[in-house]
Design a protein around this ligand. Structure first.
Ligand code: 7TS
Length: 394
């Protein structure tokens, strides 16, 4: 059966070039880079090269730090709990954190946990486009505010948040600024000489690298305490033997995806627009967020009267992978949490379907998806109107 993968905001296919680059580190080059013998010494240049690719991709000076973590969830936990240990515990008069209501659960749940430890958190809500306004963030700052944590781009809607503006506001007001850039790397330009952030989260599997490896950029002077105590790896910042093959994979994957930024914003955007134009013509559909402010690969569409999950299963039967939102919530078949935050119309939350493309998506796959999606919408609408009719008669 034909298979089409349109869930690239959940995870992406490993770039074949990255796989080839990683292979030797599962075979002959298996040394521990902290060992003093040749096995350890010989892997170090490759690690340095990979780290260099990441600094270059982010345009960050190497006087700043890139901490390697196991995933974005760990990076987000490290920033929020690190700020708690370093700043809030030592100076409880600064115990306020600002975030948006539509962050990934790795931010929201960590902040709920910190609330239990006395941290005050403001969750700034979004407008009907799923957009966070910099003015609302600014208005939430008080004398107690220590940190603002706002994602660069949202995983559900693809909305790109006003990171430049908020970073300037944070600097002016003497507040630390963290951005979860998981959905931004390889989709929008992330240049840390232009946008000043103190902490930035990323995850390799969102840009065609391996799963189980991520990073946290830390600006010089904004160091956080170590949360994983043990050996002296990562300059004592995070103990544990380095995941050499995966770091090397992440470095090349980041270089590759940032190198394909133009393709993402031309070819992939054109495919996304073609798909969006076609499916938004169907009756009673709403696409969340205006295109100009969205990442070029994402559509979040609601088909009034059709359960998101029903559509998902129809697509899945035809080999098309989409989602009703974040895979992190899919086990509980929740309503889409971002759609709920956008509010107003609770039906939106139950009817949302997210389609997210990658630079490996083909025109043929998009044509096939338009065809299947249209037929599925017609089929499901006919069932729901039959049901409504039966109910009325009954
Ligand atoms: N931050 C954002 C913005 C994300 O989209 C995700 C994963 C994470 C953090 C967590 O990344 P990880 O490396 O810890 O896995 N988001 C999604 C999603 O939208 N659907 O499935 C996973």
């Amino acid at each position: 059966m034909k298979r089409v993968y349109l869930d690239n905001n959940a995870t992406t296919k490993l770039d074949p070039i990255v796989k080839v680059k990683m292979q030797p580190f599962f075979e002959d080059l298996y040394g521990n880079p902290n060992s003093l013998h040749q096995y350890g010494i010989e892997v170090r240049p490759y690690l340095n090269e990979a780290m260099g690719y990441m600094y270059d991709a982010l345009n960050a000076p190497n006087s700043d730090d890139i901490l390697i973590t196991s995933c974005a969830t760990e990076s987000n936990n490290t920033v929020l709990k690190g700020v708690f240990f370093k700043h809030i515990l030592t100076n409880p008069s600064k115990n306020h954190i600002i975030t948006s209501a539509v962050e990934h659960p790795s931010v929201l749940e960590t902040l709920h946990f910190l609330q239990e430890h006395g941290v005050e958190v403001t969750f700034v809500d979004v407008d009907q486009y799923g957009y966070v306004s910099a003015q609302k963030i600014a208005a939430a700052i008080t004398d107690k505010t220590i940190l603002i944590s706002m994602m660069w781009a949202n995983n559900e809607t693809g909305m790109i948040f006003p990171v430049d503006e908020v970073s300037k506001i944070a600097q002016e007001r003497g507040v630390l600024f963290h951005t979860d850039a998981v959905q931004a790397i390889g989709k929008v330009k992330v240049d840390l000489t232009k946008t000043s952030v103190d902490y930035l989260t990323f995850s390799a599997h969102k840009f065609h690298g391996p799963k189980g490896i991520g990073g946290l950029y830390v600006k010089k002077g904004c160091e956080l305490p170590n949360l994983l105590h043990g050996g002296e790896q990562m300059g004592g910042y995070r103990a544990g033997t380095l995941n050499v093959a995966y770091i090397i994979g992440m470095g090349l994957a980041m270089k590759q995806s940032v190198g394909h930024l133009d393709k993402m914003n031309s070819d992939v955007r054109a495919l996304r627009d073609r798909l969006e134009d076609a499916i938004s013509q169907l009756p009673d559909t709403i696409v969340v967020g205006d295109r100009a402010r969205r990442t070029p690969n994402t559509i979040l569409i609601s088909l009034r009267g059709i359960e998101g999950e029903s559509m998902l299963w129809d697509l899945n039967r035809a080999g098309i992978a989409a989602s009703t939102g974040s895979a992190c919530a899919s086990e509980s078949l929740h309503a889409n949490p971002v759609m709920s935050a956008i509010g107003e119309d609770s039906e939106l939350a139950h009817t949302a379907i997210r389609l997210s493309l990658s630079r490996f998506t083909t025109a043929d796959e998009i044509d096939y998806t338009i065809d299947i999606f249209t037929k599925a919408a017609e089929r499901l609408r006919s069932i729901s109107s039959t049901y409504a009719y039966t109910n009325e008669v009954g």
